[in-house]
Design a protein around this ligand. Sequence first.
Ligand code: FES
Ligand code: FE2
Length: 447
Amino acid sequence: MAGHSKKYNVIDLETGKLDPRIFSDNDIYQEELEKIFGRSWLMIGHESLVPKVNDFFHTYMGEDPVILTRDSKGTLRAFLNMCRHRGARIVHTDIGNAKNFFCAYHGWTYSNEGKLEYVPGAEEAYYGALDRECLGLVEARVNTYAGIVFGNWDAGAPSLEDYLGDARWCLDVAFNRLDSGTEAIGPMKWIEPLNWKTAVDNCSDNYHVPTTHLASILAQGRQFGIPRTTHEQQFQSPNKHLFINGHSLTMRFLERPDQARQMHGVTQDNRAMFEEYYRATQSEAERRLGVVRASQLQLGNHSLFPNGVLGLRLAHPRGPLETEFWHFVVVEKDMPNELKRALRMGSGNYNGVTGLFEQDDMDNWRSVTRSSRTPVARKYSQDLSMGIGRAGSDLDFPGVVSERYTSENNQRNFYRRWQEFMNAKDWREIPIEPITAEFGGTAEMNG
Ligand code: FES
Ligand SMILES: [Fe+2]
């Protein structure tokens, strides 16, 4: 792995060869927790999960348990869920409303602004010598984009706005369309025996769809009248496959401005209702996003570096060989309830333990992870050579755009980005692209 002067040299960008040991080696995994999950802006939730003052939602950043709370003054905060006395977990529930966090081991009590407010025996047992000021909860930086909450442990990291960069030009199409914003339904949670990177990589893999998902596609066609996806279609597709500032995205062209944007949950029975909704909200979307983004484009599969997958899905690493997924359905707040329900049901049919497409994918990711650990198999590189030299800039889209919708350019770049983080001493050695996209509307990071 250490071929050049840098420690990690796992992807050869000229040949597309990838060292599979990054999917199973425990030392590498431990280093990822520090150098990737300890430095990146990580999706940790959505504002709608903590709507009221004192609400909290329990989440994770990498393997570290985190309390996301809206404090008594209404400010979003993220704290490591660890008592500063002897390290016990303080919060043991998924969600709640509390002004204070009380440690059930010895009773130290913190405000929801993170201050250590009460210590039993502060005068008697500690003789007044305990420095309470220095023993507040460990706090992460928090910022939001279109209601989605991100956390970051690293004071040296750039702002969330710079971290997302021009990827926001694409994300706005799905998450920042209307003034009233979005809400998150969920999460569905499940654990899969696979390395977290296999799922992230797969978000840009348009190549597998007609093969892996054939049975599901046929069932979907029969049930909902959705035309079958074929390899030929994918190879000829005008849709875009883009790598933008570390993030992997796909964008699809709409056939009509009122076409339903969602992939899952739209059926013959409700399609007219979705179209009516998109007609009714079109002028507002054009004001916010400009005509091109509001009426011609839809966000396809995508991942935000490192482990944000498919909209709002958290892929929490649980060791090199296990990932815990938390899948949310994000819907526009003022969408009719009937459509919200259709999207929620549709998501359950496709994603998670009940999801047809998820089950197809899971088998692949699991077997890719498995073969990275057996002694003969792990000596052989993976081949990610598809479309080498066939990507560049595009007048109409930001980032590095693949010539075809089916390409491994995003995947090669994902592992290059992974390597940039793993080889850097700190954020000063991690490149970040300037924001250059023309947003062409009034939508900003928040509102
Ligand atoms: S570990 Fe929390 S009060 Fe002792
Ligand atoms: Fe898939």
